[in-house]
Design a protein around this ligand. Sequence first.
Ligand SMILES: Cc1cc2nc3c(=O)[nH]c(=O)nc-3n(C[C@H](O)[C@H](O)[C@H](O)COP(=O)(O)O)c2cc1C
Length: 208
Amino acid sequence: MSEASSLFDVMYNCRAMRRLDTREVPESDLLKLVDAANQAASGGNQQRGRWIIVRDAAQKKAIADLNHQVSHDFVQARIDRGEELPHHDQAARARMLDAVLYLAEHMHSYPALIVACLDFDERPANLDASGGSIWPGVQNLLLAARALGLGAVPTSYAINRRDEFERILDLPESMAAYALIPIGYPLGNFGPVTRRPVEEIVRFDRWS
Ligand SMILES: Cc1cc2nc3c(=O)[nH]c(=O)nc-3n(C[C@H](O)[C@H](O)[C@H](O)COP(=O)(O)O)c2cc1C
């Protein structure tokens, strides 16, 4: 397989993996993920991405509890009302939401939780505006995990409780968290992602 086709393969099969084994992941592989993340672009090449690999049981539990508190009722309500989207029918949606609940119940037992952060000289009032300098790194990390046979999923629920989340991690004032990524060997199978067809989401030259 050529390098290009294997890269496309990874991109097209990089599903969100929420059911993970508790088996330990070698530290060298965790560092490889962060090293891959760190190769991504950042605005003005400022390289403000910082990564925390959480393996301590008490730290994982504190983070998992926060994720559970934010996600559980919200997700259960979506399951109860049979949520569906134009591109995601009710059965597929229910399977996904079920996996989100599974993640909420098991996150504390996963081998590592990786937190993607930015370190600012002075933390801006609008953190979202800087997200473009960390999300490419998050995507690199997800692709690297897929290439190493590791499951991963980018999450944000726990970070919605930003003050508590950042206190657990002892972040200095200058830093902000952007994504929480559980990592582990997948219990299920990797498989292709399902996305809207390209004809539906692209136009040439102008939109209408
Ligand atoms: C910004 C962002 C926030 C997300 N937050 C969560 C989250 O809090 N919990 C969760 O289980 N998944 C979360 N996800 C994962 C998405 O639900 C997932 O990527 C999407 O459903 C596509 O899944 P698929 O690649 O398996 O098709 C998040 C993804 C992104 C990009």
